[in-house]
Design a protein around this ligand. Structure first.
Ligand SMILES: *[C@@H]1O[C@H](CO)[C@@H](O)[C@H](O)[C@H]1NC(C)=O
Ligand SMILES: *[C@@H]1O[C@H](CO)[C@@H](O)[C@H](O)[C@H]1NC(C)=O
Ligand SMILES: *[C@@H]1O[C@H](CO)[C@@H](O)[C@H](O)[C@H]1NC(C)=O
Ligand SMILES: *[C@@H]1O[C@H](CO)[C@@H](O)[C@H](O)[C@H]1NC(C)=O
Length: 409
């Protein structure tokens, strides 16, 4: 019986513009885009990345037919409004019910579908991505809000001329799109949301990417064949041979679930254990850049120092932790997210031009910046940490200075 009801999902569907997995374009150009708040002075490393706003504008300039958006930014509101005059269809999936901007867009040209996260997981719609003409995409860290970019540090990637990935990301979008006016996740889905690429059958581009695939969370939102975020992260860490640089808002291997009014917290080993393995058994150099702000969970310090102490007596063992700016078990279980995994071909030509080199350079810049402080250095800093626990200390930079990590390479 249930199958009959859920099969209504199959009736829906727009065509995929005649592009199929067989003839989609793999000539993908991946570019790092970043937004750095005005009051943050980070040293330029000689390889400036494309500013996020420029990346968005370039994408919108190219749009001829359709723009599908999860999580638009205020900066672009006027640009989104003007798509109508160019005959470009705009679709937005949002968890906001009361946004003036969304109402204005709906009154003009946009089709807007509401995703009721409260009903599905009680989490948030934290994914942020765009699909333009089923050809170019953006995946990034920008949260679902309309605040100005001037206060937020964001990082993302724009992938041009890549209808293969765009088609796959469009399927993720379709998944959200179909949740409109639902309060349950169907157990049977249309083939139009089935993943095209996964961690075991990733897309090889004509460029230097040996394998690209999308991953999503929470598990409930992973359609058939879709790689879960946690599995993608797990695999990337497990395959690391030389170094792992991790930049996340929070590092907390715990899951809390509320069950009949009481909150139950458990250790969540999925990622923590592979990091330990990489450090201790394979001698991989690990750098963790974690945010240190007023919402930092006090146990972060315990987990991170235990990681570090594992290393103490071992030759060549290296784990470095800098407090700064989520890998939190609970978040991956309830909030939506979309990530991109890119494996590079081993080749020494064009170093510096690849997304891996760009991302590494951005990480090293933040790592060396004056905002990054060693968490586990001296007593003084631990003292400061205790102050933080009492709520006295704020991070040097903005409270809203959250970064997520959309990329694993
Ligand atoms: C791709 O293949 C489909 C189905 O075979 C066809 O309808 C479409 O026109 C092709 N698209 C391009 C861009 O070649
Ligand atoms: C979202 O779902 C919750 C729980 O099912 C429900 O109480 C709420 O009214 C829904 N919100 C909207 C705007 O439909
Ligand atoms: C995308 O492809 C078009 C046509 O082949 C080309 O002109 C353009 O430069 C490409 N864009 C990027 C960013 O590589
Ligand atoms: C430690 O590193 C040195 C130099 O890279 C290497 O020669 C040595 O074999 C390493 N030792 C272990 C136990 O991995």
């Amino acid at each position: 019986m249930a199958v009959l009801i859920f099969s209504s999902v199959d009736i829906w569907g727009d065509d995929e513009d005649g592009i199929t997995e067989e003839n989609c374009s793999r000539d993908c150009q991946i570019v790092l885009v970043e937004n750095i708040p005005e009051d943050l002075s980070l040293p330029l490393d000689g390889r400036p990345h494309l500013p996020l706003s420029l990346g968005f504008n370039t994408l919108l300039d190219q749009a001829k037919h359709s723009v599908e958006v999860v999580s638009p930014g205020q900066l672009l509101f006027q640009r989104l409004l003007s798509l109508k005059s160019r005959g470009v269809k705009l679709k937005i999936a949002s968890s906001l019910t009361n946004s003036a901007e969304l109402k204005t867009l709906a009154a003009h040209n946009a089709e807007i579908h509401f995703v009721n996260m409260t009903a599905f997981t009680r989490g948030g719609l934290h994914s942020s991505f765009w699909v333009v003409d089923r050809k170019h995409i953006y995946i990034g860290s920008a949260d679902m809000d309309w605040r100005s970019l001037s206060k937020r540090k964001e990082l993302g990637v724009v992938v041009y001329n890549c209808s293969c990935l765009a088609l796959d990301l469009h399927r993720v979008f379709s998944f959200y799109w179909q949740l409109h006016e639902r309060d349950y996740i169907p157990s049977i889905w249309s083939k139009r949301v089935t993943a095209i690429y996964g961690r075991h059958d990733a897309l090889a581009t004509t460029q230097r990417h040996r394998g690209c695939c999308l991953c999503t969370s929470p598990e409930l939102f992973c359609a058939r064949d879709r790689t879960r975020d946690v599995d993608a992260i797990h695999q990337v860490i497990q395959n690391a041979k030389t170094f792992i640089f991790i930049s996340v808002t929070d590092y907390l291997p715990l899951v809390s679930r509320s069950f009949r009014g009481t909150s139950v917290t458990r250790y969540w080993s999925a990622i923590d254990e592979v990091i330990r393995e990489a450090v201790v058994l394979r001698g991989v150099r690990v750098r963790l850049l974690i945010s240190f702000w007023k919402k930092t969970h006090p146990l972060t310090f315990n987990f991170v120092s235990s990681l570090k102490s594992l290393c103490m007596q071992l030759p060549n063992c290296s784990i470095e932790v800098v407090r700064n700016h989520d890998w939190v078990g609970s978040d991956l279980a309830i909030n939506t997210g979309v990530g991109l995994v890119v494996k590079m071909k081993n080749s020494l030509e064009d170093r510096g031009a690849t997304i891996l080199e760009q991302l590494k350079a951005a990480f090293e810049r933040d790592w060396k910046s004056r905002y990054a402080k060693n968490l586990l250095g001296n007593k003084d800093q631990q003292g400061k940490y205790r102050n933080l626990k009492q709520g006295k200390m704020h991070m040097e930079s903005k409270e809203e200075n959250k970064w997520n990590n959309p990329l694993s390479l």
